[in-house]
Design a binder for this molecule. Structure first.
Ligand code: GAP
Length: 530
Protein backbone atom coordinates (compact mmCIF):
# COMPACT_ATOMS: atom_id res chain seq x y z
CA UNK A 1 0.00 0.00 0.00
CA UNK A 2 1.43 3.46 -0.87
CA UNK A 3 2.20 5.89 1.96
CA UNK A 4 -0.89 7.17 3.76
CA UNK A 5 0.66 10.22 5.40
CA UNK A 6 3.32 12.72 4.43
CA UNK A 7 4.91 12.12 7.85
CA UNK A 8 5.86 8.58 6.85
CA UNK A 9 7.89 10.02 3.97
CA UNK A 10 9.37 12.86 6.02
CA UNK A 11 10.42 10.33 8.65
CA UNK A 12 12.01 8.01 6.08
CA UNK A 13 13.82 10.88 4.36
CA UNK A 14 15.23 12.04 7.69
CA UNK A 15 16.09 8.58 9.01
CA UNK A 16 17.89 7.44 5.88
CA UNK A 17 19.40 10.70 4.69
CA UNK A 18 17.40 11.41 1.56
CA UNK A 19 16.71 15.05 2.42
CA UNK A 20 18.07 17.48 5.04
CA UNK A 21 16.81 20.94 6.03
CA UNK A 22 19.16 23.50 4.48
CA UNK A 23 21.84 24.91 6.83
CA UNK A 24 20.28 22.89 9.65
CA UNK A 25 23.03 23.61 12.19
CA UNK A 26 22.02 27.30 12.10
CA UNK A 27 18.33 26.58 12.49
CA UNK A 28 17.62 25.97 8.78
CA UNK A 29 16.05 28.25 6.19
CA UNK A 30 12.34 27.95 5.65
CA UNK A 31 11.33 26.37 2.35
CA UNK A 32 14.85 25.26 1.40
CA UNK A 33 16.21 21.69 1.54
CA UNK A 34 19.44 19.82 0.76
CA UNK A 35 19.59 16.43 -0.94
CA UNK A 36 21.42 13.79 1.10
CA UNK A 37 23.45 10.86 -0.26
CA UNK A 38 20.42 8.75 -1.20
CA UNK A 39 18.22 11.68 -2.20
CA UNK A 40 20.70 12.97 -4.74
CA UNK A 41 20.89 9.52 -6.37
CA UNK A 42 17.11 9.15 -6.63
CA UNK A 43 16.71 12.72 -7.86
CA UNK A 44 19.45 12.31 -10.49
CA UNK A 45 17.88 9.04 -11.67
CA UNK A 46 14.49 10.76 -12.06
CA UNK A 47 16.10 13.54 -14.09
CA UNK A 48 18.09 11.04 -16.20
CA UNK A 49 14.91 9.09 -16.95
CA UNK A 50 13.10 12.30 -17.97
CA UNK A 51 16.02 13.38 -20.18
CA UNK A 52 16.36 9.95 -21.80
CA UNK A 53 12.66 9.81 -22.63
CA UNK A 54 12.28 13.39 -23.80
CA UNK A 55 15.61 14.06 -25.50
CA UNK A 56 17.36 10.81 -26.49
CA UNK A 57 14.34 8.67 -27.37
CA UNK A 58 12.68 11.33 -29.56
CA UNK A 59 14.04 12.73 -32.79
CA UNK A 60 12.43 16.14 -32.43
CA UNK A 61 14.18 17.48 -29.32
CA UNK A 62 17.33 19.35 -28.31
CA UNK A 63 18.70 20.03 -24.81
CA UNK A 64 19.75 23.31 -23.21
CA UNK A 65 21.21 24.52 -19.93
CA UNK A 66 20.68 28.28 -19.65
CA UNK A 67 22.00 30.46 -16.82
CA UNK A 68 19.95 31.19 -13.71
CA UNK A 69 20.82 34.90 -13.87
CA UNK A 70 19.44 36.64 -16.93
CA UNK A 71 19.15 40.18 -18.18
CA UNK A 72 16.28 41.61 -16.17
CA UNK A 73 14.51 42.75 -19.32
CA UNK A 74 13.70 39.05 -19.83
CA UNK A 75 11.33 39.25 -16.88
CA UNK A 76 9.82 42.54 -17.96
CA UNK A 77 8.84 41.21 -21.38
CA UNK A 78 7.90 37.73 -20.16
CA UNK A 79 5.25 39.45 -18.03
CA UNK A 80 6.66 38.24 -14.71
CA UNK A 81 7.50 41.68 -13.32
CA UNK A 82 3.90 42.68 -13.66
CA UNK A 83 1.98 39.46 -13.09
CA UNK A 84 4.03 36.92 -11.14
CA UNK A 85 2.23 37.80 -7.94
CA UNK A 86 0.52 35.98 -5.11
CA UNK A 87 -2.17 37.67 -2.99
CA UNK A 88 -0.68 38.51 0.42
CA UNK A 89 -2.64 39.24 3.61
CA UNK A 90 -1.48 40.20 7.10
CA UNK A 91 -3.16 39.08 10.30
CA UNK A 92 -3.72 42.30 12.27
CA UNK A 93 -3.79 40.39 15.56
CA UNK A 94 -0.71 38.14 15.50
CA UNK A 95 1.13 39.96 12.66
CA UNK A 96 1.71 36.81 10.63
CA UNK A 97 1.56 36.85 6.80
CA UNK A 98 -0.34 34.47 4.56
CA UNK A 99 -1.30 33.71 1.00
CA UNK A 100 -4.92 34.83 0.85
CA UNK A 101 -6.04 31.95 -1.40
CA UNK A 102 -4.64 29.34 1.03
CA UNK A 103 -6.37 30.34 4.26
CA UNK A 104 -10.14 30.81 3.70
CA UNK A 105 -10.35 34.17 5.50
CA UNK A 106 -9.01 32.95 8.87
CA UNK A 107 -5.46 33.22 10.24
CA UNK A 108 -4.07 29.65 10.63
CA UNK A 109 -1.81 30.85 13.44
CA UNK A 110 -4.26 32.50 15.85
CA UNK A 111 -7.65 31.91 14.22
CA UNK A 112 -8.41 35.63 13.82
CA UNK A 113 -10.49 36.92 10.90
CA UNK A 114 -9.05 40.40 11.35
CA UNK A 115 -7.03 40.34 8.13
CA UNK A 116 -5.84 43.08 5.78
CA UNK A 117 -7.14 43.29 2.20
CA UNK A 118 -5.12 41.05 -0.16
CA UNK A 119 -2.35 42.87 -2.02
CA UNK A 120 -0.07 41.56 -4.77
CA UNK A 121 3.33 40.23 -3.72
CA UNK A 122 5.88 39.57 -6.47
CA UNK A 123 7.56 36.23 -5.89
CA UNK A 124 10.81 36.83 -7.75
CA UNK A 125 14.01 37.00 -5.68
CA UNK A 126 16.36 39.89 -6.46
CA UNK A 127 20.13 39.93 -6.24
CA UNK A 128 22.75 42.59 -6.90
CA UNK A 129 24.94 42.17 -9.98
CA UNK A 130 28.39 43.78 -9.75
CA UNK A 131 29.95 45.77 -6.93
CA UNK A 132 27.45 48.63 -6.75
CA UNK A 133 24.05 47.70 -5.41
CA UNK A 134 21.74 50.43 -6.72
CA UNK A 135 18.33 50.55 -8.30
CA UNK A 136 19.71 49.59 -11.72
CA UNK A 137 22.16 46.85 -10.82
CA UNK A 138 19.87 44.04 -9.84
CA UNK A 139 18.87 40.80 -11.50
CA UNK A 140 16.23 38.26 -10.63
CA UNK A 141 16.83 34.63 -9.77
CA UNK A 142 14.71 32.95 -12.43
CA UNK A 143 11.29 31.80 -11.21
CA UNK A 144 11.00 29.30 -14.08
CA UNK A 145 13.54 27.79 -16.47
CA UNK A 146 11.26 28.38 -19.46
CA UNK A 147 12.43 31.89 -20.31
CA UNK A 148 16.01 30.66 -20.81
CA UNK A 149 14.61 28.50 -23.59
CA UNK A 150 12.55 31.25 -25.24
CA UNK A 151 15.38 33.76 -25.38
CA UNK A 152 17.64 31.07 -26.89
CA UNK A 153 15.09 29.98 -29.49
CA UNK A 154 16.94 31.78 -32.31
CA UNK A 155 20.32 30.39 -31.24
CA UNK A 156 19.11 26.80 -31.14
CA UNK A 157 17.24 27.14 -34.42
CA UNK A 158 20.27 28.62 -36.16
CA UNK A 159 22.72 26.03 -34.87
CA UNK A 160 20.62 22.86 -35.09
CA UNK A 161 18.86 23.24 -38.48
CA UNK A 162 15.61 22.08 -36.91
CA UNK A 163 12.27 22.24 -38.66
CA UNK A 164 8.94 22.70 -36.88
CA UNK A 165 7.73 20.94 -34.88
CA UNK A 166 10.65 20.57 -32.48
CA UNK A 167 11.29 21.13 -28.82
CA UNK A 168 13.94 22.23 -26.36
CA UNK A 169 14.30 20.50 -22.99
CA UNK A 170 15.92 21.90 -19.90
CA UNK A 171 16.37 20.89 -16.27
CA UNK A 172 17.44 23.47 -13.74
CA UNK A 173 16.88 25.46 -10.60
CA UNK A 174 14.06 27.93 -10.16
CA UNK A 175 13.42 30.26 -7.22
CA UNK A 176 10.18 31.62 -5.85
CA UNK A 177 9.76 33.67 -2.72
CA UNK A 178 6.71 31.66 -1.65
CA UNK A 179 4.75 33.44 1.08
CA UNK A 180 4.17 30.21 3.02
CA UNK A 181 6.45 27.37 1.93
CA UNK A 182 5.00 24.15 3.34
CA UNK A 183 4.40 20.46 3.11
CA UNK A 184 8.03 19.37 3.01
CA UNK A 185 9.28 19.34 -0.61
CA UNK A 186 5.91 20.22 -2.06
CA UNK A 187 6.06 24.01 -1.85
CA UNK A 188 9.58 25.34 -1.48
CA UNK A 189 11.52 28.48 -2.36
CA UNK A 190 14.34 26.83 -4.29
CA UNK A 191 13.49 23.89 -6.53
CA UNK A 192 14.26 22.23 -9.84
CA UNK A 193 12.07 22.09 -12.90
CA UNK A 194 12.10 19.74 -15.87
CA UNK A 195 10.66 21.81 -18.70
CA UNK A 196 10.03 21.38 -22.38
CA UNK A 197 9.09 24.15 -24.77
CA UNK A 198 7.76 22.46 -27.88
CA UNK A 199 7.43 24.74 -30.92
CA UNK A 200 4.69 24.01 -33.47
CA UNK A 201 3.09 25.60 -36.53
CA UNK A 202 0.20 27.91 -35.59
CA UNK A 203 -3.05 26.00 -35.89
CA UNK A 204 -1.57 22.64 -34.85
CA UNK A 205 -1.22 23.48 -31.15
CA UNK A 206 -4.40 21.75 -29.94
CA UNK A 207 -3.38 18.45 -31.50
CA UNK A 208 0.14 18.71 -30.02
CA UNK A 209 -1.26 19.63 -26.66
CA UNK A 210 -3.20 16.33 -26.57
CA UNK A 211 -0.21 14.36 -27.81
CA UNK A 212 2.02 15.77 -25.10
CA UNK A 213 -0.57 14.98 -22.47
CA UNK A 214 -0.51 11.33 -23.58
CA UNK A 215 3.29 11.19 -23.82
CA UNK A 216 3.73 12.64 -20.38
CA UNK A 217 1.31 10.14 -18.82
CA UNK A 218 3.32 7.32 -20.42
CA UNK A 219 6.47 8.68 -18.75
CA UNK A 220 4.79 8.96 -15.36
CA UNK A 221 3.74 5.33 -15.70
CA UNK A 222 7.32 4.35 -16.60
CA UNK A 223 8.55 5.75 -13.27
CA UNK A 224 5.92 3.90 -11.28
CA UNK A 225 2.98 6.32 -11.13
CA UNK A 226 0.00 4.57 -12.75
CA UNK A 227 -2.52 6.58 -14.72
CA UNK A 228 -5.20 5.72 -12.21
CA UNK A 229 -3.28 7.72 -9.56
CA UNK A 230 -3.23 10.89 -11.66
CA UNK A 231 -6.17 13.17 -12.31
CA UNK A 232 -6.15 15.52 -15.27
CA UNK A 233 -7.37 18.97 -14.33
CA UNK A 234 -8.47 21.04 -17.30
CA UNK A 235 -7.71 24.44 -15.77
CA UNK A 236 -10.74 26.77 -16.09
CA UNK A 237 -10.16 30.04 -18.00
CA UNK A 238 -10.28 32.23 -14.88
CA UNK A 239 -7.43 30.23 -13.28
CA UNK A 240 -5.11 30.19 -16.31
CA UNK A 241 -1.64 31.80 -16.12
CA UNK A 242 -1.26 35.02 -18.09
CA UNK A 243 0.44 33.23 -21.04
CA UNK A 244 -1.85 30.24 -21.36
CA UNK A 245 -4.69 29.46 -23.75
CA UNK A 246 -5.36 26.11 -22.09
CA UNK A 247 -3.55 24.07 -19.43
CA UNK A 248 -3.84 20.50 -18.22
CA UNK A 249 -2.54 20.04 -14.70
CA UNK A 250 -1.54 16.51 -13.76
CA UNK A 251 -2.70 16.04 -10.18
CA UNK A 252 -1.14 13.25 -8.12
CA UNK A 253 -2.91 11.99 -5.02
CA UNK A 254 -0.30 12.88 -2.39
CA UNK A 255 -0.63 11.37 1.09
CA UNK A 256 -2.13 13.89 3.56
CA UNK A 257 -2.43 16.59 0.84
CA UNK A 258 -4.83 14.84 -1.55
CA UNK A 259 -4.78 15.67 -5.27
CA UNK A 260 -2.17 18.35 -6.02
CA UNK A 261 -0.34 19.52 -9.13
CA UNK A 262 2.81 17.62 -10.04
CA UNK A 263 3.09 18.86 -13.64
CA UNK A 264 1.44 21.50 -15.79
CA UNK A 265 1.06 21.09 -19.56
CA UNK A 266 0.30 24.52 -20.96
CA UNK A 267 -0.56 25.75 -24.42
CA UNK A 268 1.35 29.06 -24.40
CA UNK A 269 0.38 30.29 -27.88
CA UNK A 270 2.79 32.77 -29.55
CA UNK A 271 2.84 34.87 -26.39
CA UNK A 272 6.44 34.23 -25.30
CA UNK A 273 8.33 34.34 -28.59
CA UNK A 274 6.11 37.26 -29.62
CA UNK A 275 6.78 39.18 -26.39
CA UNK A 276 10.55 38.75 -26.71
CA UNK A 277 10.60 39.91 -30.37
CA UNK A 278 11.15 43.30 -31.90
CA UNK A 279 8.98 44.58 -34.80
CA UNK A 280 5.94 42.88 -33.32
CA UNK A 281 3.56 44.75 -35.58
CA UNK A 282 4.93 42.80 -38.57
CA UNK A 283 4.45 39.39 -36.99
CA UNK A 284 0.69 38.69 -37.08
CA UNK A 285 0.70 37.72 -33.42
CA UNK A 286 -2.47 36.20 -31.96
CA UNK A 287 -1.46 36.72 -28.31
CA UNK A 288 -1.58 40.04 -26.53
CA UNK A 289 2.22 40.20 -26.40
CA UNK A 290 4.08 42.73 -24.25
CA UNK A 291 5.12 45.65 -26.48
CA UNK A 292 8.89 45.43 -26.87
CA UNK A 293 11.30 48.04 -28.23
CA UNK A 294 14.41 46.61 -26.54
CA UNK A 295 14.81 43.14 -28.02
CA UNK A 296 17.40 42.86 -30.77
CA UNK A 297 15.81 39.85 -32.48
CA UNK A 298 12.68 38.54 -34.12
CA UNK A 299 12.08 35.05 -32.73
CA UNK A 300 10.47 33.66 -35.85
CA UNK A 301 10.72 30.55 -38.00
CA UNK A 302 10.99 30.67 -41.79
CA UNK A 303 8.49 28.20 -43.19
CA UNK A 304 9.89 26.94 -46.49
CA UNK A 305 6.47 25.76 -47.68
CA UNK A 306 4.52 28.98 -47.28
CA UNK A 307 7.71 31.06 -47.68
CA UNK A 308 6.65 33.11 -44.68
CA UNK A 309 8.14 33.93 -41.33
CA UNK A 310 5.88 32.66 -38.55
CA UNK A 311 6.00 32.90 -34.78
CA UNK A 312 5.70 29.30 -33.55
CA UNK A 313 3.10 28.35 -30.97
CA UNK A 314 4.35 26.61 -27.84
CA UNK A 315 3.30 23.56 -25.83
CA UNK A 316 4.98 23.43 -22.44
CA UNK A 317 5.10 20.33 -20.22
CA UNK A 318 6.65 21.52 -16.94
CA UNK A 319 7.25 19.27 -13.93
CA UNK A 320 8.88 19.98 -10.58
CA UNK A 321 11.63 17.54 -9.62
CA UNK A 322 10.84 17.73 -5.89
CA UNK A 323 7.12 17.07 -6.39
CA UNK A 324 8.01 14.18 -8.67
CA UNK A 325 10.46 12.83 -6.07
CA UNK A 326 7.73 12.99 -3.42
CA UNK A 327 5.21 11.25 -5.68
CA UNK A 328 7.69 8.47 -6.50
CA UNK A 329 8.46 7.96 -2.81
CA UNK A 330 4.77 7.96 -1.85
CA UNK A 331 3.81 5.53 -4.57
CA UNK A 332 6.61 3.06 -3.90
CA UNK A 333 6.39 3.19 -0.09
CA UNK A 334 5.14 0.11 1.68
CA UNK A 335 5.11 -1.24 5.22
CA UNK A 336 4.75 -5.01 5.40
CA UNK A 337 4.32 -7.39 8.28
CA UNK A 338 6.80 -10.18 7.57
CA UNK A 339 5.69 -12.40 10.47
CA UNK A 340 2.87 -11.80 12.94
CA UNK A 341 4.02 -10.54 16.36
CA UNK A 342 2.79 -12.41 19.47
CA UNK A 343 -0.64 -11.19 20.65
CA UNK A 344 0.55 -10.12 24.08
CA UNK A 345 3.26 -7.92 22.62
CA UNK A 346 0.75 -6.27 20.28
CA UNK A 347 -1.47 -5.52 23.29
CA UNK A 348 1.49 -4.03 25.16
CA UNK A 349 2.18 -1.62 22.27
CA UNK A 350 -1.53 -0.76 21.93
CA UNK A 351 -1.70 -0.02 25.67
CA UNK A 352 1.40 2.18 25.46
CA UNK A 353 -0.10 4.03 22.49
CA UNK A 354 -3.39 4.56 24.30
CA UNK A 355 -1.57 5.91 27.34
CA UNK A 356 0.48 8.22 25.11
CA UNK A 357 -2.70 9.57 23.47
CA UNK A 358 -4.38 10.15 26.83
CA UNK A 359 -1.34 12.11 27.90
CA UNK A 360 -1.45 14.13 24.64
CA UNK A 361 -5.15 14.87 25.29
CA UNK A 362 -4.41 16.13 28.81
CA UNK A 363 -1.32 18.14 27.90
CA UNK A 364 -1.53 21.91 28.34
CA UNK A 365 1.94 22.43 26.81
CA UNK A 366 0.74 21.66 23.28
CA UNK A 367 -0.94 24.15 20.93
CA UNK A 368 -4.51 23.01 20.09
CA UNK A 369 -3.75 22.23 16.41
CA UNK A 370 -0.57 20.31 17.33
CA UNK A 371 -2.51 18.28 19.88
CA UNK A 372 -5.37 17.58 17.44
CA UNK A 373 -2.97 16.47 14.72
CA UNK A 374 -1.24 14.05 17.12
CA UNK A 375 -4.56 12.68 18.36
CA UNK A 376 -5.97 12.20 14.89
CA UNK A 377 -2.88 10.37 13.66
CA UNK A 378 -2.50 8.33 16.84
CA UNK A 379 -6.11 7.13 16.86
CA UNK A 380 -5.87 6.12 13.20
CA UNK A 381 -2.80 4.04 14.07
CA UNK A 382 -4.56 2.49 17.06
CA UNK A 383 -7.54 1.53 14.93
CA UNK A 384 -5.33 -0.17 12.32
CA UNK A 385 -3.11 -2.20 14.74
CA UNK A 386 -1.07 -4.31 14.33
CA UNK A 387 -0.50 -3.48 10.62
CA UNK A 388 -0.08 0.24 11.39
CA UNK A 389 2.53 -0.34 14.13
CA UNK A 390 5.44 0.90 11.96
CA UNK A 391 3.71 4.30 11.73
CA UNK A 392 4.36 4.92 15.43
CA UNK A 393 7.83 6.15 14.55
CA UNK A 394 6.38 8.83 12.22
CA UNK A 395 3.85 9.76 14.93
CA UNK A 396 6.67 10.28 17.42
CA UNK A 397 8.50 12.45 14.89
CA UNK A 398 5.49 14.82 14.55
CA UNK A 399 5.73 18.33 16.01
CA UNK A 400 4.96 18.31 19.74
CA UNK A 401 5.40 14.55 20.24
CA UNK A 402 8.81 15.03 21.88
CA UNK A 403 7.13 17.05 24.66
CA UNK A 404 4.99 14.11 25.76
CA UNK A 405 6.77 12.11 28.41
CA UNK A 406 5.13 8.76 27.54
CA UNK A 407 6.57 8.96 23.99
CA UNK A 408 9.82 7.37 25.15
CA UNK A 409 7.97 4.41 26.65
CA UNK A 410 5.91 3.96 23.50
CA UNK A 411 9.03 4.02 21.34
CA UNK A 412 10.68 1.47 23.65
CA UNK A 413 7.69 -0.91 23.33
CA UNK A 414 7.27 -0.53 19.59
CA UNK A 415 10.74 -0.26 18.11
CA UNK A 416 12.09 -3.75 18.75
CA UNK A 417 8.83 -5.36 17.66
CA UNK A 418 8.71 -3.34 14.45
CA UNK A 419 12.34 -4.19 13.63
CA UNK A 420 11.68 -7.86 14.18
CA UNK A 421 8.32 -8.30 12.48
CA UNK A 422 7.92 -5.59 9.86
CA UNK A 423 9.80 -4.18 6.97
CA UNK A 424 9.51 -0.84 5.22
CA UNK A 425 10.17 -1.25 1.55
CA UNK A 426 10.34 1.12 -1.41
CA UNK A 427 9.17 -0.71 -4.51
CA UNK A 428 11.10 1.68 -6.74
CA UNK A 429 11.58 0.94 -10.41
CA UNK A 430 15.15 -0.40 -10.72
CA UNK A 431 16.29 2.46 -12.93
CA UNK A 432 15.36 4.96 -10.18
CA UNK A 433 16.72 3.15 -7.12
CA UNK A 434 19.52 5.10 -5.37
CA UNK A 435 21.39 1.80 -5.04
CA UNK A 436 20.81 -0.97 -7.58
CA UNK A 437 22.89 -3.68 -5.89
CA UNK A 438 24.21 -4.24 -2.36
CA UNK A 439 26.87 -6.91 -1.82
CA UNK A 440 27.41 -8.52 1.60
CA UNK A 441 29.87 -11.08 2.95
CA UNK A 442 28.08 -13.62 5.16
CA UNK A 443 30.69 -12.92 7.88
CA UNK A 444 32.56 -9.65 8.13
CA UNK A 445 35.55 -11.12 9.95
CA UNK A 446 36.27 -13.78 7.32
CA UNK A 447 39.01 -12.59 4.99
CA UNK A 448 38.04 -14.80 2.05
CA UNK A 449 34.35 -13.78 2.13
CA UNK A 450 35.19 -10.09 2.51
CA UNK A 451 37.72 -10.15 -0.35
CA UNK A 452 35.31 -11.93 -2.71
CA UNK A 453 32.43 -9.59 -1.83
CA UNK A 454 34.59 -6.50 -2.33
CA UNK A 455 35.88 -7.78 -5.68
CA UNK A 456 32.37 -8.59 -6.79
CA UNK A 457 31.12 -5.13 -5.87
CA UNK A 458 33.90 -3.54 -7.90
CA UNK A 459 33.32 -5.79 -10.90
CA UNK A 460 29.59 -4.94 -10.94
CA UNK A 461 30.22 -1.21 -10.45
CA UNK A 462 32.96 -0.48 -12.97
CA UNK A 463 31.38 0.65 -16.23
CA UNK A 464 27.80 0.56 -14.87
CA UNK A 465 25.46 3.52 -14.79
CA UNK A 466 23.93 2.47 -11.49
CA UNK A 467 25.33 2.37 -7.99
CA UNK A 468 26.60 -0.78 -6.28
CA UNK A 469 27.60 -0.74 -2.61
CA UNK A 470 29.39 -3.07 -0.19
CA UNK A 471 28.09 -3.43 3.36
CA UNK A 472 29.18 -5.59 6.28
CA UNK A 473 27.94 -3.50 9.19
CA UNK A 474 25.31 -5.93 10.51
CA UNK A 475 23.78 -9.38 10.35
CA UNK A 476 22.42 -10.34 6.92
CA UNK A 477 18.75 -10.00 7.98
CA UNK A 478 19.36 -6.47 9.20
CA UNK A 479 21.26 -5.56 6.04
CA UNK A 480 18.34 -6.80 3.89
CA UNK A 481 15.92 -4.61 5.87
CA UNK A 482 18.12 -1.55 5.46
CA UNK A 483 18.34 -2.02 1.73
CA UNK A 484 14.58 -2.70 1.45
CA UNK A 485 13.93 0.61 3.13
CA UNK A 486 15.89 2.55 0.50
CA UNK A 487 14.53 0.51 -2.40
CA UNK A 488 17.59 -1.54 -3.42
CA UNK A 489 16.24 -4.12 -5.88
CA UNK A 490 19.02 -6.71 -5.43
CA UNK A 491 21.05 -7.91 -2.45
CA UNK A 492 23.91 -10.28 -3.19
CA UNK A 493 25.42 -12.43 -0.45
CA UNK A 494 28.79 -14.10 -0.63
CA UNK A 495 28.77 -17.21 1.61
CA UNK A 496 30.97 -20.24 2.20
CA UNK A 497 29.59 -22.08 -0.81
CA UNK A 498 30.69 -19.08 -2.92
CA UNK A 499 34.30 -19.72 -1.98
CA UNK A 500 34.02 -23.27 -3.30
CA UNK A 501 31.92 -23.01 -6.46
CA UNK A 502 31.93 -19.28 -7.27
CA UNK A 503 28.13 -18.88 -6.92
CA UNK A 504 26.34 -16.26 -4.80
CA UNK A 505 22.75 -15.68 -3.67
CA UNK A 506 20.75 -12.83 -5.19
CA UNK A 507 17.72 -11.72 -3.20
CA UNK A 508 14.83 -9.92 -4.86
CA UNK A 509 13.56 -6.93 -2.85
CA UNK A 510 9.87 -7.36 -3.70
CA UNK A 511 9.46 -11.15 -3.49
CA UNK A 512 12.23 -11.68 -0.91
CA UNK A 513 13.07 -14.85 -2.88
CA UNK A 514 16.68 -15.82 -3.37
CA UNK A 515 18.33 -17.52 -6.31
CA UNK A 516 21.85 -18.83 -6.60
CA UNK A 517 23.86 -17.88 -9.68
CA UNK A 518 27.54 -17.68 -10.63
CA UNK A 519 29.09 -14.45 -9.36
CA UNK A 520 30.24 -13.74 -12.91
CA UNK A 521 26.60 -13.51 -14.06
CA UNK A 522 25.37 -11.06 -11.42
CA UNK A 523 26.21 -7.96 -13.39
CA UNK A 524 24.18 -9.05 -16.41
CA UNK A 525 21.35 -10.23 -14.13
CA UNK A 526 20.93 -6.89 -12.34
CA UNK A 527 21.49 -4.76 -15.42
CA UNK A 528 18.06 -5.38 -16.89
CA UNK A 529 15.97 -2.47 -15.67
CA UNK A 530 12.48 -3.39 -14.52
N1 GAP B 1 7.13 27.39 -16.85
C1 GAP B 1 5.86 27.09 -16.35
C2 GAP B 1 5.81 27.01 -14.88
O1 GAP B 1 6.78 27.32 -14.22
P1 GAP B 1 4.31 26.34 -12.87
O2 GAP B 1 2.99 25.60 -12.84
O3 GAP B 1 4.41 27.59 -12.11
O4 GAP B 1 4.64 26.54 -14.40
C3 GAP B 1 5.67 24.11 -13.00
O5 GAP B 1 5.44 25.34 -12.36
C4 GAP B 1 5.92 23.01 -11.99
O6 GAP B 1 6.97 23.41 -11.10
C5 GAP B 1 4.74 22.70 -11.09
O7 GAP B 1 3.86 21.76 -11.69
C6 GAP B 1 5.42 22.11 -9.88
O8 GAP B 1 5.69 20.73 -10.08
C7 GAP B 1 6.73 22.86 -9.81
N2 GAP B 1 6.66 23.96 -8.81
C8 GAP B 1 6.16 25.19 -8.98
N3 GAP B 1 6.29 25.92 -7.86
C9 GAP B 1 6.89 25.12 -6.95
C10 GAP B 1 7.30 25.29 -5.59
N4 GAP B 1 7.17 26.46 -4.95
N5 GAP B 1 7.87 24.24 -4.95
C11 GAP B 1 8.05 23.07 -5.58
N6 GAP B 1 7.70 22.85 -6.87
C12 GAP B 1 7.12 23.86 -7.55
Amino acid sequence: MPATTLDQLVSLCKRRGFVFPSSEIYGGLQGVFDWGPLGVELKNNIIASWWRTNVYERDDMEGLDAAILMNRLTWRYSGHEETFNDPLVDCRDCKSRWRADHIKGRCPNCGSTNLTEPRPFNMMFKTAVGPVADADSFAYLRPETAQGIFVNFGNVLATSSRKLPFGIAQVGKAFRNEINPRNFLFRVREFEQMEIEYFVMPGTEDEWHQRWLEDRLVWWESIGIPRARIRIYDVPPDELAHYSKRTFDLMYHYPTLGYEEVEGIASRTDYDLGSHSRDQETLNLTARANPNRESTARLTYYDPESKRHVVPFVIEPSAGVGRCFLAVLAESYDEQMVKAPPAERISAVSDALEAFLKSVGRSDKLAPETRDALLERGHAILAGMPETMPQIEALLAMPGAEQVELGKKLRGQAQGLVDEHFRTVLHLKSHLAPVRVAVFPLKRNHEGLVAMARDLRRSIQVGSFFRTVYDDTGAIGKLYRRQDEIGTPYCVTVDFQSLGDGTVTVRNRDTMQQIRIPASEVRAYVSNPS
